[in-house]
Design a protein around this ligand. Structure first.
Ligand code: URA
Length: 274
């Protein structure tokens, strides 16, 4: 299978490099009735190893391109031991040591976050370093929203940050139509109704600048519903005219030019995982 992205200008993380981590993906075997069962499905193993997404894995397995220990594998649910089994695609063995990649992109507006767009629009992958690892954006950022977007191949970090229970704070600089009143601010902070009946979690507003006919402020929310900030402001009668995510947790895009990226350092990854 050709790499999902052309060959890399970003080398996989090297152990000891302050910006990167190299970890071995291990999957504990599960003991049932004294029989050790391999812990993951073949499709999941290919995605965990950063080869492709689970859906893509299902299709390449169905296409007869995968072998396990030299034996053709046609069943995506086949259990494999990622430490011991030799998994190959098109005859080439898939590395069983995963190199983790953590990128912080300052996304411009006008870019979508999906890999391929049937309408030919620009995607964030046009801005990223080329890698043969399957990297994905963590959480959503609308086409018309700019700012912090983490792109990684670490599904654990992805799950951690998108799990609603993690309450990971995300801060946005908002420009909205009209003058925000104290009541508006209190409503936003206590929770407003969006999506026809959902009350948003408490948020924090700061650095409010009220101008003649517009307001600029920073809002920090701890959830990530679709177009949440725009919907929150719309619910109190203020259309958002510009939206920029300044930070995810304590990781900020300050200092990264729009359209550029940097790798996250060990401390940042550690703080995000907490
Ligand atoms: N809220 C929005 O309205 N849009 C985003 O992209 C993120 C949060």
């Amino acid at each position: 299978m050709p790499p999902l992205l052309p060959q890399s200008s970003l080398q996989p993380c090297v152990s000891g490099d302050r910006n990167c981590r190299e970890l071995t993906v291990t999957t504990a075997s599960v003991k049932t009735n004294n029989v050790y069962l391999p812990a993951v499905s073949l499709a999941r193993a290919l995605s965990k190893l950063g080869f492709c997404s689970r859906t893509q894995a299902e299709s390449i397995i169905a296409g007869g391109r995968v072998t396990v220990n030299g034996v053709p594998a046609h069943n995506a649910a086949q259990r494999v031991d990622m430490e011991k089994d030799r998994i190959a695609v098109d005859g080439t063995e898939v590395a069983t040591k995963k190199k983790f990649i953590y990128i912080l992109l300052n996304k411009p507006t006008g870019y979508i976050t999906t890999r391929v767009d049937e309408r030919g629009r620009e995607t964030i992958y046009d801005l990223l370093p080329k890698t043969d690892q399957f990297v994905f954006p963590v959480g959503r950022l609308d086409m018309d929203t700019s700012g912090a977007l983490i792109v990684t191949n670490d599904s654990q970090l992805g799950e951690r940050l998108t799990n609603p229970e993690s309450l990971c704070p995300k801060s946005y600089r908002v420009e909205a139509e009209g003058r925000l009143t104290d009541d508006d601010r209190r409503a936003l902070e206590h929770g407003v109704l969006i999506n026809g009946g959902y009350t948003t979690r408490p948020s924090v507003l700061r650095d409010i600048e009220i101008r003649e006919s517009e307001t600029e402020c920073t809002i920090t929310i701890t959830e990530g519903k679709n177009r949440q900030v725009r919907k929150m402001f719309a619910s109190i009668g203020h259309e958002v005219t510009a939206l920029h995510r300044t930070a995810i947790g304590s990781v900020s895009v300050l200092g990264i030019a729009i359209g550029k990226w940097r790798t996250l350092d060990e401390n940042e990854i550690h703080r995000l995982m907490k």
